[in-house]
Design a protein. Structure first.
Length: 462
C-alpha cells in the first residue's frame, strides 16, 4: 500500500480528473454526433422541399409535362454528392443517379401509400457508411409525386472518426499534464506539513515553550497548527507541574529524612541516658509518621492520576459521617480554643467511598482549624436540594489572598507565610479534597476574604 501522502493525493486527483475527462469526452462526442445528424436531416428536408417547389413551378411552365419538369428540377438543384429523384407514384421521372437499391424502392412504396408526407430514415447498406434518406410526398393537379433525397453518411462518419482520434490522442496527454500538475500541487499543499514536522522535530522537553509557525497557510493547516500548539501548551504546563511537583516532593521528603538522620546520629554519637534515647526515638517516630503520611498522600494522588484507584462504593448516611469527623477534631479545636459548630441533624443518605469522603471532610476541618487563630470559630453545614448535596466548611481565620485562590488546589502550593510548612501541612490536603470530590462526580469551590475567613463548599450528587 502506498504510504506517501503526496502520491495518494496525486492518484486521487488523477483518478478524479480521468473520470471527468472521460465523461466530458463522451458527452462532447454524443452532442456533436447528434448535432451533425440533426443538421443533415434539416438540410435534406429543406432540399427536398425546395425540389418539390421547383418541380411545381416547372410543371406550370411546361404544361404538366412531368418528365421534363423533373429533369429541369434536378438540373437546377445542386445535389452534389446527394441522390435526388422525382417519382410520379411508383414511376421514376428523373434522378441524379440510378435508383436501384431495394431499400430505396421500399421507401418510395411506403411514401406512396403511407399517411405521413415525409419520412426520415437511415439505410446501412447504402455507400460505405450508410446513408440518410428523406422522402417527401406532395399533390399537384390531382397527381401524387414523391421527392427522394439521399445523402451518404461518409462525411459525418469521417468527421466523427477524426474527433475520436483527437480525443484518443489528447486524453493521455491531458492526463500526463494533469498528473504532473497534481503532483506539484500536492507537493505545494503539503509543504507546510514539512515545515511543521521540521519545527516539531526540534521541540524537546527543554523548549516546550516553542510554538509552530507556518506563516500564511491554509485554514485547515492553520487549525492543525493551532491544535498542535495547544497540545504543546498543555504538555508544557504538565511538565512544569511535574517539575515543580518533583522538586516540592523532594523538599518535603528531605526534611523528615534529615531530622531522622540527625536524631539518629546524635543518639549514636556517644552513650546517653534512657530518657535522652526516648526523646530521640519519639522525634524519629513523629518524623517517620509524618513521612509515612506524605508518602501515602503521594501514592494515592499518583494512583488517582493513573486511574488505578478504585472507589469502594457503598450506601451510608452523610450526616453521621460529618458528625464523626467533627468529634474526631473536637479535641484539636478545644486545644486551640476554637469553637466547632456542626449542623447536620437531618438523615441524608449518600452512595460513595465512605473512607475517602471522611478524608475529604477531615482535610477541610484540619485546614480550617490550622489557619484559624485562638478564639475563632469553625462551622460545618450539610444541605440537601434534590439530588444535590452541599457541604460547607467555614472559618473566620486568616483567609486567602485573591491572587492565591486559583492555586490553592495545586499540590505543594503555599501562597503566604501563614500557610507554611511550620503549621504542619504538606500542601497536599486541598489537592486530595479536589480529587476526592471529582472522583464522586462533584466539585469544590471556595470564597475567602483576607482577615475575615474562608468558606469551602463541596458539591456532591446523589
Amino acid at each position: 500500500m502506498i504510504k506517501s501522502l503526496r502520491i495518494q493525493l496525486t492518484a486521487w486527483y488523477l483518478l478524479f480528473f480521468t473520470l471527468l475527462l472521460i465523461l466530458f469526452s463522451v458527452f462532447f462526442y454524443e452532442v456533436l454526433s447528434r448535432a451533425l445528424y440533426q443538421r443533415l436531416d434539416q438540410t435534406l428536408s429543406s432540399e427536398a422541399g425546395t425540389a418539390a417547389g421547383l418541380f411545381r413551378s416547372e410543371m406550370t411552365e411546361l404544361n404538366d409535362e412531368a418528365p421534363g419538369a423533373a429533369r429541369e428540377t434536378i438540373a437546377e438543384v445542386d445535389s452534389r454528392n446527394r441522390l435526388l429523384a422525382i417519382l410520379d407514384g411508383d414511376k421514376l421521372l428523373a434522378a441524379s443517379a440510378p435508383v436501384d437499391k431495394p431499400e430505396l424502392l421500399q421507401m418510395v412504396a411506403q411514401a406512396r401509400h403511407g399517411e405521413k408526407t415525409e419520412f426520415l430514415t437511415t439505410i446501412p447498406s447504402y455507400g460505405k457508411a450508410g446513408a440518410r434518406v428523406v422522402t417527401q410526398r406532395f399533390m399537384f393537379n390531382g397527381r401524387t409525386f414523391i421527392v427522394l433525397m439521399v445523402e451518404p453518411l461518409d462525411s459525418i462518419r469521417n468527421d466523427l472518426a477524426t474527433v475520436r482520434r483527437v480525443l484518443y490522442l489528447s486524453l493521455p496527454l491531458a492526463l500526463l499534464i494533469a498528473g504532473v500538475g497534481g503532483f506539484l500541487l500536492a507537493a505545494r499543499s503539503i509543504a507546510p506539513l514539512r515545515w511543521m514536522a521540521d519545527q516539531a522535530r526540534n521541540i524537546t522537553d527543554k523548549n516546550l515553550d516553542s510554538r509552530l509557525d507556518i506563516g500564511d497557510a491554509r485554514q485547515e493547516l492553520q487549525i492543525l497548527a493551532d491544535s498542535f500548539n495547544e497540545l504543546l501548551s498543555r504538555l508544557d504546563q504538565s511538565f512544569e507541574t511535574m517539575r515543580r511537583f518533583v522538586a516540592d516532593a523532594s523538599h518535603e521528603l528531605r526534611t523528615p529524612i534529615s531530622v531522622i538522620r540527625g536524631e539518629a546520629d546524635v543518639a549514636l554519637s556517644h552513650d546517653r541516658s534512657p530518657g535522652e534515647y526516648q526523646e530521640s526515638l519519639a522525634t524519629i517516630q513523629d518524623e517517620a509518621r509524618r513521612l509515612s503520611r506524605l508518602v501515602d498522600d503521594l501514592l494515592n494522588l499518583a494512583r488517582a492520576d493513573a486511574g488505578h484507584l478504585n472507589l469502594r462504593v457503598a450506601e451510608f448516611y452523610l450526616n453521621d459521617l460529618l458528625g464523626e469527623c467533627c468529634r474526631a477534631v473536637e479535641s484539636v479545636a478545644r486545644e486551640k480554643n476554637i469553637r466547632l459548630d456542626c449542623e447536620c441533624a437531618e438523615d441524608i443518605n449518600f452512595r460513595g467511598d465512605q473512607e475517602l469522603v471522611r478524608r475529604l471532610v477531615l482535610n477541610l476541618l484540619d485546614n480550617a482549624i490550622r489557619y484559624t487563630p485562638a478564639g475563632g470559630e469553625v462551622s460545618v453545614k450539610l444541605e440537601a436540594a434534590g439530588s444535590d448535596l452541599r457541604i460547607h466548611v467555614s472559618d473566620n481565620g486568616v483567609g486567602i489572598a485573591p491572587e492565591t485562590v486559583p492555586h490553592v488546589f495545586e499540590r505543594f502550593y503555599r501562597g503566604d507565610q501563614a500557610r507554611s510548612r511550620q503549621n504542619g501541612g504538606f500542601g497536599l490536603g486541598l489537592s486530595i479534597v479536589k480529587w476526592i470530590a471529582e472522583s464522586h462526580r462533584g466539585s469544590v469551590q471556595l470564597s475567602s476574604k483576607p482577615g475575615k475567613g474562608t468558606v469551602f463548599t463541596v458539591l456532591l450528587h446523589r
